[in-house]
Design a protein around this ligand. Structure first.
Ligand SMILES: C[S@@+](CC[C@H](N)C(=O)[O-])C[C@H]1O[C@@H](n2cnc3c(N)ncnc32)[C@H](O)[C@@H]1O
Length: 171
């Protein structure tokens, strides 16, 4: 579907493998904010145990309904909705923040969506070895805030030479 629609924002394979690996450790419900063409949801479903629910929300009607059709026979719940509607199905054992507005959402509200020991995952960071982290010469405040938040144990994982993923686990 990504290729058919010329959609270029799909999760990278390296990120997908990490999502599947994290999902393999999760019970309860896993959520994704921003379905796109369903690549991240497919990786999450592939890794998650059968009993673990996978739910994903997409604002764009064409994408949401296209992915609903594509996953009709799979155990993935696709919502055509703003990702904030996922809150009705919380708490989550993992939430993948892949819509731009979700990435910058106040931590207080994201924390409430996740159970203790639950994971928050954000991708598409530019690898950086300095502290504070920099992106194109400026402090990467999004990454800095997630890594410095003491309510989480967190790590920045370089999944490929040019991209990294933050995993924050709620204490
Ligand atoms: C980076 S793409 C998602 C890629 C997908 N998660 C994957 O792994 O392949 C971001 C998606 O978020 C959707 N989006 C943007 N704002 C949203 C919102 N408020 N609620 C739900 N989806 C949103 C966009 O339409 C876009 O499809």
């Amino acid at each position: 579907m990504s290729l058919e629609r010329g959609y270029v924002q799909a999760s990278r394979t390296e990120t997908g493998r990490l999502l599947a690996t994290l999902a393999a450790t999760r019970s309860g419900t896993i959520a994704e904010c921003g379905t796109g063409c369903g690549v991240g949801a497919a990786w999450l479903r592939t890794g998650a145990p059968k009993e673990t629910r996978v739910i994903t929300a997409e604002l764009d009607p064409e994408l949401a309904h296209g992915v609903m059709d594509m996953f009709a026979a799979d155990d993935i719940d696709v919502m055509h909705a703003d990702w904030t509607s996922l809150g009705e199905h919380a708490p989550f054992s993992l939430i993948f923040l892949d819509a731009q507005s979700a990435k910058g959402w106040p931590h207080e509200e994201i924390i409430d969506l996740v159970e203790a020991g639950g994971m928050i995952v954000l991708d598409d960071f530019t690898p950086c070895a300095t502290w504070p982290p920099l992106d194109r010469g400026r402090v990467d405040t999004l990454r800095q805030e997630w890594l410095a938040d003491e309510r989480f144990t967190s790590v920045d994982v370089m999944v490929a030479e040019d991209t990294s993923v933050i995993i924050a686990v709620k204490r």
